[in-house]
Design a binder for this molecule. Structure first.
Ligand code: 3PG
Length: 307
């Protein structure tokens, strides 16, 4: 059995070593394709792979067509919007993710972006503190929970909205559950986004919603760029000079944001929320174990596509 690790954005070496150990202990072969850049290299590498571990790498119908021996794809991470699930099902390929494995890393980066924004991008002028500010967590999944845990240490007042998470689950963490996204944005000084990119959420963070934020509002995005309606956010930030936007996922309109909103907009150059040795080890080794469990025992825990 051949297990391909196809990561355009590579894992830390220590994580690759751990993945290799798991795969070889099961008697399988590990093949590494890193920083491949062009899709053609991925198409070539998947030809004889039985299993693939990816990050944000795109697995579409073309890749699945090329991967004649493929049985399983594991997205080492949370969001699997980069995999065409229906095509995978049609190709009889099982798709899994590794929920929770990189969530602390992403949550910590959200705070890195928050501190940078409230300290005026470290430009030497007098900024503000997070203590006592109202934080809104938009979606209370694994990352959202970690954000809440860290926010307590900062002394923030914490609110959350999640259409799919029961109020009691949120409130047992000492977080105030609000009834709608609108209420969350009108209440909070800082909103941290943790929604996945789905048909329902794409473009949903729009003018009307963000405009509900109080004066000086800060929007932090460590989720997906697709959830932001970029044209509307640009229009709103033009009209409201008090708003700030910090993101770990470079917008399509990055040049426009950077040119128009210097001092109140920042994007990391490459999505790096999950880019820590710890997160790479957790997610990468979980992915390797899930592959071994699937190939040896047919275990489908964490499967995300239909059969
Ligand atoms: C995830 O969905 O797990 C995060 O967005 C991390 O993505 P990455 O593995 O591409 O850094």
């Amino acid at each position: 059995m051949k297990v391909l690790v196809a990561t355009d954005k590579p894992f830390a070496k220590v994580a690759v070593d751990g993945i290799r150990k798991e795969i070889e202990a099961a008697g399988y072969e590990l093949v590494l394709l890193e920083k491949y850049g062009e899709k053609a290299k991925l198409l070539e590498a998947v030809k004889d792979a039985n299993a693939v571990i990816i990050r944000s790498d795109i697995i579409d119908a073309e890749v699945l067509d090329a991967a004649k021996e493929l049985k399983i794809v594991v997205r080492a991470g949370a969001g699997y919007d980069n995999v065409e699930l229906e095509a995978a099902t049609a190709h009889n390929v099982c798709v899994m993710n590794t929920p929770g494995q990189n969530s602390n890393a992403v949550a910590e980066l959200a705070f890195g972006l928050m501190v940078m924004a409230v300290r005026n991008m470290y430009n030497g002028t007098s900024g503000m503190e997070l203590m006592g500010k109202k934080l809104g967590i938009h979606a209370y999944g694994n990352v959202g929970r970690n954000v809440a845990r860290i926010a307590k240490g900062f002394g923030m007042e914490i609110y959350a909205f999640d259409a799919f998470c029961p109020k009691e689950v949120i409130e047992k963490d000492g977080v105030k559950a609000v009834g709608s996204a609108e209420e969350l944005y009108s209440t909070c000084d800082v909103v941290s986004l943790h929604i996945p990119a789905t048909v329902e959420t794409k473009n949903s963070i729009n003018y009307a919603l963000v405009n509900k934020m109080p004066k000086g509002g800060l929007l932090v995005n460590t989720a997906r760029k697709e959830v932001i309606n970029e044209a509307e956010l640009i229009q709103l930030m033009e009209e409201r000079a008090d708003l700030k936007y910090m993101t770990d996922i470079m917008p399509a309109a990055h040049e426009t944001f950077a040119a128009k909103f210097a001092g109140r907009y920042f994007s990391t150059p490459k999505k790096m929320g999950a880019q820590t040795a710890e997160a790479n080890i957790n997610a990468g080794i979980a992915a390797a174990k899930q592959i071994v469990g699937f190939l040896k025992d047919g275990c489908e825990k964490f499967r995300v596509n239909k059969k």
